[in-house]
Structure formats: structure tokens, C-alpha cells
Design a protein around this ligand. Sequence first.
Ligand SMILES: [Zn+2]
Length: 114
Amino acid sequence: MHEMAVAQSILTTISAEAEKQNAKPVIARISCGKLYAINAEALGFAFEAIAKGTTCEGTKLVVEHKPIRGQCRNCGEIFEFELTSPACPKCGSEDFGLLPDEPLILEDIEFLTE
Ligand SMILES: [Zn+2]
């Protein structure tokens, strides 16, 4: 299961950061491309399971999906690709390529401050 491996690597990163800050992580924000094959719910469950008994127990994972971007072959415009209107917003051309999907990134960790 892909999500378990991802959860494990996120947990390792958050734990290391928590140790450095000497604080309890409350929320971890993750972003990835829309096409990235990750199920946010499955990731949440996997993370919760492996975080039990660690400093990350109870840390909430928030996954944000970044839009897919396309680049127009006619005018070079880079735009957010929408399935509902698959055309360049600048020149209206339907001749465009899709840019590579965004990787999974741990954007931000919020710690409990007292
Ligand atoms: Zn264009």
C-alpha cells in the first residue's frame, strides 16, 4: 500500500522536526498534485496507526491538492487546467501540453505553543 510508505516518511520528518523544536506537532500540511495517486483518507488512517505512541499521536494531517497546469503550444501561456474548459485562457487554443504533476511536499508543521 502506497499510503503506508508515504505516511511513514511523513512521520519520520515530523518527528525529527518535533524533536528539534521540542514541541508537540498539532497539524501537518501536505500538498501534492491532483494526479498524484494518494488517497488523503487512507493516508490519514495510515498515519494515525503508525503515529500511535509517538510524539505525532493526534497530529492532524491536512492534504491540499494542487491544480494541474498546462502550457499552451500556441502562445506559451501557463495556466491551471480545468476539465470543464480544456483550452488556453489567453488565446483559446486547444493545442497545449500538461506540465508534470507536483510531487508530495510537506509544506508546514504547526506546533503546540504554550
Ligand atoms: Zn494560448
